[in-house]
Design a protein around this ligand. Sequence first.
Ligand code: AMP
Length: 184
Amino acid sequence: MAFDALGLDPKILDALEAQGYTSPTPIQAQSIPILLEGIDLLGTAQTGTGKTAAFTIPIVQHLLEQPTSKRRKIKALVVTPTRELALQLGDNAKRYSKNTGLRTAIIFGGVGQSPQVDLLRKGVDILVATPGRLLDLQGQGHIDLSELTHFVLDEADQMLDMGFIHDIRKLLKIIPSKRQSLFF
Ligand code: AMP
């Protein structure tokens, strides 16, 4: 199977070509068609299998299908346990949405919040965040999740091991119940 058999926006196909990807990895071939249908997914895959693109590509496709007037409101939220993972996922989201006009922001704790608040003020389509800083900035009114359509819990097992269950419960109360949920 080739990526162009999946009905993806040409901008995404260009971005994938620029990455040197010729065909989907097995987890991508299995999950992209399901996610494009808008179905919730619980995926298990080892690191290095291409899972980031497996969930990011369908999100970018869906966001491109939404009217541009809806841009710059957080539509997709990716929550991950560590700063390193947040940086990596955010970097991937930026690459796969290259030239689409969609904006990705990455937020995590342990650093000053003002550059992150500035980014959020400018408007963001895809937000990649660690749980603590996310709830902190949301509590301060810097993050509006009311228009969220896609929620990704990355490394969900590690997140629970690290004691993030309370943060995740709080988060689930804040985000719209009508959304596509992806747990990896
Ligand atoms: P991940 O499992 O998401 O951390 O991805 C592991 C690595 O595989 C990353 O360096 C990606 O850039 C790369 N990768 C993801 N999808 C593909 C693909 N379809 N073809 C080739 N490399 C890929």
